[in-house]
Design a protein around this ligand. Structure first.
Ligand code: ATP
Ligand code: MG
Length: 395
């Protein structure tokens, strides 16, 4: 057993000693067999949540109604989830009813893909009820049971399929991919936050172009915000080779660029995807910069306002899209700017009040911006006397 499983072994042992079954399940088993790093170790058990809480001293009710209790052991935390079946799914996204069961096989049956439906016991034996090992070997993503039914139960699984494809560089098995193509419209039933989470994981994966390719080909994109009828435009992203996104923000800008969105449209697009405010603001500024670079419009005030902190991303994106720009010319421009932000000005708001003999108010902010712009554009140098003179002569 790998180190991560070894460390969690006492959890399994204590559950077994209390007379229940316990297994490692899910992504950690898959990643272990593939020789990939494991992130979180998930444990499934025949014990009910109340029984788990009796076995361990330190527990947290993480999602007790779904059967999940977090067991704290030393500095580690393990999610222990009772075997369960799910039924209902009238809304294509979550079960109406979760039932705790005592059988591992029933629990594995409700899982999305065969490669995610493997379990490992405390002796390291792999329990493989759905030929997940074979699919791991063949590098195939295959739904457990009838793909069509599984996507009707929870349409998010279609996004998970292309996400795992991107992460693992696997193929989606024929019937599974046919079922995605047939049921893609069901994606509209899923909360955008959940779709986004899978989509961002896809974009930040090693084989993101493979995953994105099927996301487009199977028609999932048609049911995502801003992507309707944009397949051709988005396919432009599949062309550059050896391109990886450093972060979510960079990936969104690449998308905004191929969709030819203007800055307001891009801002709205990112709101529709419900990305964080920080990601939205950074991405909009970065797209603005990219457009500046593209038009070689290195206006000092624009460069200053958009900030040099996003230059790294923009330079990467220029490479991606074959946008040429005068790097030296840009650097010269940047070097000309003598301040980083308004705090660097040698004249404060209070100074302005004193010089003009006025009380604090909106006029101070206005004068301040005027001075800031003049300094950035090199029309006045940043020292007290010159700024004072500039202020008085521009009233
Ligand atoms: P990751 O590496 O991203 O954590 P993972 O396979 O562990 O991948 P999780 O979302 O952490 O994915 O889910 C853990 C396990 O729970 C999965 O391996 C799968 O067995 C099951 N699972 C998760 N989401 C679903 C779903 N929507 N439908 C069915 N089974 C699911
Ligand atoms: Mg996981």
């Amino acid at each position: 057993l790998p180190k991560d499983f070894q460390e969690a072994l006492p959890v399994l042992e204590q559950i077994e000693q209390a007379g229940f079954q316990a297994y490692f399940v899910g992504g950690s088993v898959r990643d272990h067999i593939l020789g990939l790093p494991i992130h979180d170790v998930d444990i499934a058990t025949s014990a009910y949540p109340e029984e788990i809480k009796k076995i361990f001293k330190r527990t947290v009710d993480t999602g007790i109604q779904h059967g999940t209790v977090t067991v704290l052991m030393g500095d580690d935390a393990y999610e222990v989830t009772t075997f369960r079946t799910e039924s209902g799914y009238q809304d294509f996204r979550r079960p109406d009813k979760v039932t705790f069961v005592r059988s591992l096989e029933d629990d594995l049956k409700r899982r999305d893909f065969t490669i995610n439906a493997l379990a490992v016991d405390l002796n390291g034996n792999v329990i493989d009820k759905f030929d997940g090992l074979k699919d791991l070997d063949k590098k195939v993503i295959r739904a457990v049971g009838k793909a069509e039914e599984r996507f009707h139960e929870d349409a998010l699984r279609m996004m998970r399929a292309v996400r795992f494809q991107a992460q693992l560089n696997f193929k989606i098995e024929e019937q599974t991919s046919q079922a995605i193509a047939d049921n893609a419209p069901l994606l509209e039933k899923i909360a955008i936050e959940r779709i986004r989470e899978e989509f961002v994981k896809l974009l930040l994966s090693k084989s993101w172009q493979t995953g994105l390719g099927d996301f487009l080909k199977l028609g999932l994109s048609e049911y995502c915000p801003g992507f309707k009828d944009q397949k051709l435009e988005l396919e432009e992203l599949l062309e550059p080779k050896d391109k990886y996104f450093i972060d979510e923000d960079e990936a969104w800008v690449a998308i905004g660029y191929v969709l030819s969105l203007n800055h307001d449209e891009f801002n709205r697009f990112l709101r529709d995807w419900k990305v964080s405010n920080k990601t939205r603001e950074t991405s909009v500024d970065t797209l603005k910069l990219l457009h500046l670079f593209e038009s070689q419009d290195f206006d000092l005030w624009n460069i200053y306002k958009l900030g040099t902190k996003n230059f790294g991303r923009v330079i990467e994106l220029c490479k991606m899209f074959g946008i040429e720009f005068d790097y030296q010319g840009l650097n010269q421009k940047v070097d000309q700017i003598s301040i980083k932000n308004s705090h660097d000005l040698k004249l404060s708001g209070k100074d302005i009040c004193d010089i003009l003999g006025v009380k604090p108010g909106p006029i101070i902010g206005k004068s301040m911006s005027q001075i800031e712009r003049a300094v950035v554009e090199g029309n006045v140098s940043n020292n007290f006397d010159e700024l004072r003179h500039y202020l008085l002569s521009n009233q």
